[in-house]
Design a protein around this ligand. Structure first.
Ligand code: F6R
Length: 623
């Protein structure tokens, strides 16, 4: 603990860490409705509190609340915030209470600030400011910016005041700021955390990502690190870290139809689960030349024959796709391969090698740990490739080579169709590298591509397991926990099944390599414990089934997921989900589907918030 000059105890740990969403709009009409609409889109970045500030006749109107944007909308309904200029924010806190006071914007008499990121020296600055008699209303680091900037504005123009304030800040952040006495400008600043600008007629925008801006414009520019922008309704000026005026490339965003539309589905997650055959079809159409049964990847950053090792890096579900790919690379190529969790990779004492291919997997392309791991690779001068869903993302922009999965926007916080897309791209990449290195014989290569083309229709068949899964789901309601077991490629699928169940239904679940059970976890098995065994028709089949028998002997209630018709299955298996078989190496795609459906139906029975599970956010932009 640090003691402030006034004797108040400040807890160093209580720094607010956020990965929030920012929007700013300068217009010739009232902006609060569009700010609310954009904030709703940004809720994937955080949804524990929300707020906005507009400027009308030199008066800052601030509205804030704990909870979701719907709540903020209700507040505005009763007490509207007029004004043609405004900023908004959704917050995700890892420390401290997500209450109204801590919600953004943080305003003084003359300035209002929204912030994404962390001010690392906020405690020191706070102590200095308190010594000078400044009073803080919130426990956030952001308020330090508001107070510093208000002081700078006493004798400076806004742009100079912002530059001089930023000089005092340490950390990584993105800011949106409005000024009482300058009623036509919004200033945005980027250091570390991404920030974009959007252009339209009589209206310009600031956003923490392009997604928030998409419904208003398809023309955007990204700020680079250290940049500041000044927006009015008719103009946008950019300045670099040295205050030189700079020009920015205007990018035209791709058009995503039906982005935020659930259609007839109860929620986005079920829509996204059932979209997976389409996701696979789009991705296959994008990369496979069907007439020649050939995979089209161009511009490899390294000659495939000279690759020494493939290093796969991601977080959460994306990491699980890396683990599956590790098995594929080992099976199809002569390459060494490693898979690493980005938050571990970035801090390890690694020996970088120019002949290694570093592959980053991320749905959002904004995950802080994955992004930092990518930066580390770049600093060490090695070649990087990213597999992303969001092509405009930071990770995509910073990689030497980008392979989009073409899954379309994934809105449900739990990743489903992106996982299938990630595995699909990794599978194709692995096959292509194997072919270019002559590691795989050409007939086998062609056969695998032919089978891959059947993937969308087989995924459709797998989705028909839903009825049975609905019955199985009831078993989980009264259980203490559950275990997911698999070997080989099915081990990461077991991890993924357990992760989906945990995050959606808040039930404890463990994913384990089936062969590890005897080394401790078998002690957890007791009468009635649900155990999901993933045992496709591969070289591990008999071994996994033996492990399953050991679980049955101790009272475990088995759900067996298999594409095998070998008749060795015990009658003590409670449920069996029989999946179609076309090719050993494709089983991870198929066994994923019943596991996603299982997590979904358990959560539905438990009445959990399926699209927005508690404590989580769609894009994890802090470490
Ligand atoms: C789980 C889930 C997360 C993400 C992880 C990485 O359902 O969605 O585990 O996979 O946060 O996110 P991206 O892929 O955006 O880097």
């Amino acid at each position: 603990k640090i003691t402030a000059s006034n004797g108040k105890k400040l807890q160093k740990k209580k720094e607010k860490i956020r990965m929030c969403g920012i929007i700013g709009i300068a217009s010739n009409k009232f902006v609060s409705t569009n700010i609310i609409n954009s904030l709703k889109k940004l809720e994937y970045r955080g949804y524990d509190s929300a707020g906005l500030a507009t400027l009308d006749n030199n008066i800052i109107k601030e509205k804030k609340c704990s909870g979701r944007v719907d709540q903020l909308e209700k507040i505005l309904f009763k007490s509207p915030a007029s004004g043609n200029l405004g900023i908004g924010h959704v917050r995700w806190a890892t420390h401290g209470i997500p209450n109204e006071v801590n919600a953004h914007p943080h305003s003084s008499e003359i300035v209002s600030v929204v912030h994404n990121g962390i001010i690392e020296n906020s405690n020191e600055l706070k102590i200095q400011l308190e010594k000078k008699g400044k009073k803080f209303k919130s426990q956030t680091d952001t308020e330090v910016i508001t107070i510093l900037l208000s002081d700078e504005l006493k004798n400076k123009e806004p742009l100079d005041a912002v530059y001089d304030t930023l000089k005092k800040l340490k950390g990584s952040f993105a800011l949106g700021i409005i000024f009482k006495n300058f009623n036509n400008i919004i200033i945005g600043a980027r250091r570390g955390s991404p920030l974009a600008v959007g252009y339209s007629k009589n209206e310009n925008y600031l956003g923490s990502d392009s997604y928030a801006l998409k419904s208003m414009t398809n023309k955007i520019s990204y700020l680079d690190d250290g940049d500041i922008c000044v927006l009015t309704k008719d103009s946008v000026d950019f300045y670099d870290a040295k205050k030189n005026k700079v020009n920015k490339k205007v990018l035209i965003l791709s058009d995503d139809k039906n982005v935020a539309n659930k259609g007839d589905y109860k929620n986005f997650m079920s829509k996204e689960i059932f979209e997976q055959p389409i996701t696979a079809r789009n991705c296959i159409n994008e990369y496979i030349d069907k007439s020649r049964d050939e995979i089209n990847f161009y511009n490899f950053p390294i000659q495939p024959k000279s690759i020494n090792k493939v290093v796969l890096i991601g977080c959460g579900t994306a990491y699980h796709s890396c683990l599956v790919a590790k098995y594929w690379f080992e099976e199809f190529t002569t390459l060494n391969v490693e898979a690493d969790i980005a938050s571990e990779f970035r801090y390890r004492n690694l020996k970088f090698n120019k002949d290694n291919l570093y592959l980053f997997v991320s749905q959002s392309g904004e995950t802080a740990d994955t992004s930092a791991a990518l930066d580390l690779c770049k600093k060490n001068g090695v070649k990087t490739c990213s597999i992303v869903n969001v092509v405009e993302s930071s990770i995509a922009r910073n990689s030497d080579w980008v392979l989009p999965i073409h899954a379309g926007p994934e809105i449900g916080v739990a990743s489903t169709k992106a996982f299938i897309g990630q595995m699909l791209l990794l599978y194709m990449l692995c096959l292509k590298i194997a072919a270019l290195r002559n590691d795989i014989d050409s007939q086998d290569y062609q056969k695998k591509i032919k089978n891959l083309k059947k993937l969308p229709e087989i995924l459709e068949e797998c989705l028909r397991s839903e009825d049975k899964i609905q019955l199985v789901a009831r078993d989980f309601l009264d259980s203490k926990g559950s275990m997911f077991l698999g070997r080989g490629c099915s081990f990461p699928i077991a991890l993924e099944g357990a992760l989906k169940l945990k995050e959606l239904s808040y039930l404890h679940a463990e994913g384990y390599p089936a062969g590890e059970m005897k080394h401790g976890p078998l002690a957890l098995i007791e009468n009635g414990l649900p155990v999901i065994v993933i045992s496709p028709n591969d070289k591990y089949f008999h071994k996994t089934i033996s492990n399953m028998q050991e679980v049955i002997a101790r009272g475990g209630k088995i759900l067996l997921i298999t594409d095998s018709n070998k008749n060795v299955i015990s009658e003590n298996v409670r449920f069996t989900i029989n999946l179609p078989y076309i090719e050993k190496s494709l089983s991870p795609f198929f066994s994923t589907i019943p596991l996603q459906l299982l997590a979904y139906h358990v959560a539905l029975l438990k009445k959990c918030d399926i699209d927005k599970p508690r404590n989580l956010a769609k894009s994890v932009t802090v470490e």
